[in-house]
Ligand binder design. Structure first.
Ligand code: AMP
Ligand code: ZN
Length: 112
């Protein structure tokens, strides 16, 4: 998807502060952090939202959770983070490419 900002970050066309990446998933720092650690984990494949995950996508969806653990370790907050997936505009999803917020580094009470 040429006009999707997270597709362009995933393919390296737009720079980001990448924390982790492999063939299918990328994790990068949120440009407007809402916590000391605020990382977005995305599939490199364009999936519009969590509501668009198909059976075929389930290995990627599970891998996104695995990558959350890897990122938390790298960021110095192993086993201590909040995960948020805003799904659909009315739930606050602004970028229509599936992304999971990983937040931590202090007690997190608010949702993003
Ligand atoms: P959401 O409201 O769940 O769609 O979250 C979108 C998130 O993407 C927001 O927290 C933004 O700060 C973040 N964001 C938007 N553009 C970029 C970018 N170019 N690099 C890093 N984070 C971004
Ligand atoms: Zn995309």
């Amino acid at each position: 998807m040429d006009d999707c900002i997270f597709c362009q970050i995933g393919s390296g066309k737009i720079p980001a502060e990448v924390v982790y990446q492999d063939e299918t998933v990328m994790a990068f720092k949120d440009i407007h952090p809402k916590a000391p650690v605020h990382v977005l984990v995305i599939p490199k494949k364009h999936i519009a939202s969590a509501a668009d995950i198909t059976k075929a996508d389930l290995p990627i969806a599970a891998h996104i959770l695995e990558v959350a653990n890897i990122v938390a370790e790298k960021e110095g907050i192993p086993g201590a983070y909040k995960l948020v997936i805003n799904t659909g505009p009315s739930a606050g999803q602004v970028v229509m490419h599936l992304h999971m917020h990983l937040l931590g580094g202090k007690r997190i009470t608010a949702v993003v």
